[in-house]
Ligand binder design. Structure first.
Ligand code: IMP
Length: 177
């Protein structure tokens, strides 16, 4: 098992590159099936979801739009929960089939605060695809239509996820030792 050091903390391999890629392909397959003949708009939440969104998008065979928005500030190892900004959403969502792309749903607060803003625009449908979900950490229950992996309530880095800015470049996902 590989150990990596990020800032002051040690992390061990938790989900391999191959397992992530396989699962992302499966999620895309489900979306291809559920949205056959449609043209959904993917809204990927930066920064954490950039890698997942890119890989997921590559496996789509349906027509699809994608945009990237920035929402929350997340400092250190505790979710601040505060949604600071929502920059970059220029699309009109009225009547559209929207799929939110998140790296991880932890307490659920980020999306809980953001979804009403999207619903206000009256999309035809609004679903969430999250690569990771920590069921034990949830404080604001959300309906997650597609989940890559349910994981224990431990801090993770890699594949887009950071610990204080670092670790996003790892191809694997690592868990705090
Ligand atoms: P929530 O609002 O508590 O659901 O937190 C969502 C955001 O917190 C995610 O989009 C991540 O940016 C960040 N986050 C939560 N847990 C972790 C983690 O284990 N590693 C890295 N970032 C995390």
């Amino acid at each position: 098992m590989a150990i990596v050091k990020v800032h002051d903390k040690s992390f061990e391999t938790f989900i391999s590159e191959e397992t992530i890629q396989q699962r992302v392909k499966e999620l895309a397959g489900m979306i291809n099936k559920d949205y056959a003949g449609e043209r959904p708009l993917f809204i990927a939440i930066l920064n954490g979801s950039f890698m997942f969104a890119a890989d997921l998008f590559k496996h789509l065979t349906i027509e699809a739009d994608i945009c990237f928005i920035k929402l929350a500030s997340y400092k250190g190892m505790k979710s601040s929960g505060k949604v600071v900004t929502s920059i970059g959403l220029e699309e009109d969502l009225f009547g559209k089939q929207v799929i939110i792309v998140e790296d991880i749903v932890d307490t659920g607060k980020t999306l809980h605060n953001f979804l009403p803003k999207l619903m206000h625009q009256q999309p035809k449908s609004l679903k969430i695809v999250a690569l990771l979900h920590k069921p034990e950490a949830i404080e604001y229950p959300l309906e997650l239509s597609y989940v890559g992996f349910e994981i224990p309530n431990k801090f993770v880095v890699g594949y887009g996820l950071d610990y204080d800015g670092l670790g996003r470049n790892f191809k694997e996902i690592y868990q705090l030792v």
